[in-house]
Design a protein. Structure first.
Length: 134
């Protein structure tokens, strides 16, 4: 995916047992399914949110800053990327402020960010999604 020349379209979300996000490649119509599997105990995700793409200029600034920093280190980072694992996440910090037991109960929680043509989708989970392509 490339956010500017081959956008990722959000198709569907399902949260019955597994937490599932389905995206479509704008050019090829291939579907990409990201499945957070239901663990033996607990839930596949701690929380998630959908934000209008236009409302997240803070993320665009961070992506641009990261690309600039890596450019000076001769590391090429494409700011067209659509999937990120966020370190030092303000979303995870916010979640900790409303659920203070999270660091004890879910110490391995990670922040995953999906950027689509219309939405920023944030997921907090202890698990990596399983990705399948159709």
């Amino acid at each position: 995916f490339d956010r500017f020349t081959n956008e990722m379209d959000f198709v569907k979300m399902s949260y019955e047992e597994d937490f599932i996000l389905i995206f479509r490649n704008y050019k090829t119509n291939e579907e990409f399914t990201f499945t957070y599997k239901l663990p033996n105990f607990g839930h596949p995700v701690l929380t998630f949110r959908f934000t209008d793409e236009m409302a997240r200029s803070d993320i665009e600034s961070l992506i641009g800053q990261l690309a600039k920093e890596n450019f000076h280190k001769n590391i090429k980072l494409h700011n067209e990327l659509t999937f990120f694992k966020i370190e030092n996440s303000s979303y995870l910090a916010w979640y900790d402020s409303v659920f203070s037991a999270r660091p004890i109960l879910h110490p391995n929680a990670e922040h995953h960010l999906y950027i689509t043509s219309n939405f920023f989708i944030d997921v907090l989970s202890e698990y990596e999604p399983v990705v399948s392509i159709k």
